[in-house]
Design a protein around this ligand. Structure first.
Ligand SMILES: *Cc1c(COP(=O)(O)O)cnc(C)c1O
Length: 372
């Protein structure tokens, strides 16, 4: 059965194979007589699910041995508080603002530490909104920051870091914190440049409810005294993410998604490297169609256009409702842009096949012709 193509920014599409396997295992997981939802998180069945998921994401993302992988709750927004609670030591943290999410992060951090805005792309190069990336060489870093926070893919604004900044080359050994919520597992990660990475699962890894956190070991154990125990990275790490009941079902679905990711191929490439090739091809197809048209426009600088979230506008905005209604009638769902940006947004995460992007491009071209 061909389901509609779902362009939601999150919670987002999940691979059909994962949903089918979860459905088949719903009432009786592997002969246990239980649904995964009904299992003790400390029983051998769930422990096996957990350990496999952890091993698979470690392998997929090539996470080095000196990083802990944590499955937490609270989503990306809770991490905006959890990170300063664990890392700031009450001092200063540097933030690079490139869109709505990093803006939110710096605001929340102000409750726990001093915030320095090292760079802000709002209105940069005379363009309104968040549409560019300030070059790392221009960042005004503080001398004693406890960490530097960036959002490596701005889900709402469609701005992505295609490479992580090389802070060591800028003479800084301050840990880099990345919010990779909306492009985790879409491409490899250069861990030599990262101190902490966090992301909610509901964009690219599975259902809402679990947050993937990857922490370099030397950053554990420095939490502020007021940090809730369940949000203390060291406590969570020491207890293999079982200090309290973890979001068991969400971890299970994420685990099935990791298995699906491991099966991806592109030529000789497998896993995340293959996924990255598919994501490049999908993004190129869509941006090329937008750029070739007189009818649609994307305003983000070409060097930092997101492969995952493609905001675009109809030049005649009075056609927006007709565009969305026609899309829905064709099984192209959830294309309305975020209210703060307007227009349209196509989120084309890992689970979106290139056929879905092609269907969207075909529809966009036909809609444009109809309007002429
Ligand atoms: C969705 C998102 C968040 C927020 O995640 P919640 O799970 O709603 O807290 C944070 N950062 C980015 C980049 C996101 O895309």
């Amino acid at each position: 059965m061909q389901r509609p193509y779902n362009f939601s920014a999150g919670p987002a599409a999940i691979p059909q194979q994962v949903l089918e396997q979860a459905a088949a295992e719903m009432l009786n997981w592997h002969g246990s007589g239980m649904s995964v939802m009904e299992m003790s998180h400390r029983g051998k069945e769930f422990i096996s699910i957990y350990e496999q998921a952890e091993a698979d994401i470690r392998e997929l993302l090539a996470v080095p041995a000196n990083f802990k992988i944590l499955f937490m709750q609270g989503g990306g927004l809770a991490e905006n508080a959890i990170v300063p609670l664990n890392l700031s030591r009450g001092g200063t943290a540097d933030f690079v603002v490139t869109g709505s999410w990093s803006q939110k992060s710096q605001k929340e951090a102000q409750k726990y530490c001093t915030v320095n805005i090292a760079a802000n792309n709002a209105g940069l190069n005379g363009k309104p909104g968040h549409t560019s990336l300030p070059d790392a060489s221009t960042w005004q870093l503080s001398r004693n920051a406890s960490y530097i926070h960036i959002c490596t893919n701005e889900t709402i604004d469609g701005v992505e870091f295609h490479t992580l900044p090389d802070l060591k080359a800028l003479g800084s050994d301050t840990p880099l914190v990345i919010d990779f919520s909306s492009h985790v597992a879409s491409r490899p990660v250069d861990w030599s440049r990262v101190g902490v990475a966090f992301g909610g699962a509901q964009k690219n890894l599975g259902p809402a409810g679990v947050t993937l956190v990857v922490v370099r070991e030397d950053l554990l154990g420095h939490a502020l005294a007021v940090c809730p125990s369940a949000f203390n990275y060291k406590t969570v790490a020491d207890n293999e993410s079982m200090f309290n009941t973890p979001p068991t079902y969400a971890i299970y679905i994420a685990g099935l998604t990791f298995k699906w990711l491991k099966q991806q191929t592109a030529g000789a490439l497998t896993g995340i490297a293959a996924m990255e090739q598919h994501n490049i091809a999908k993004a190129e197809l869509l941006y090329r169609a937008i750029d070739a048209s007189q009818f649609y426009v994307n305003k983000v600088d070409v060097n930092c256009r997101s492969r995952m979230n493609v905001p675009f506008f109809l030049r005649d905005e009075s056609r927006n409702d007709a565009f969305l209604a026609g899309a829905k009638a064709r099984g192209l769902l959830q294309l309305k842009g975020h209210k703060s940006v307007g227009g349209m947004r196509a989120s084309i995460y890992n689970a979106m096949p290139i056929a879905g992007v092609q269907a969207l491009v075909n529809y966009m071209q036909e809609f444009e012709k109809e309007q002429a």
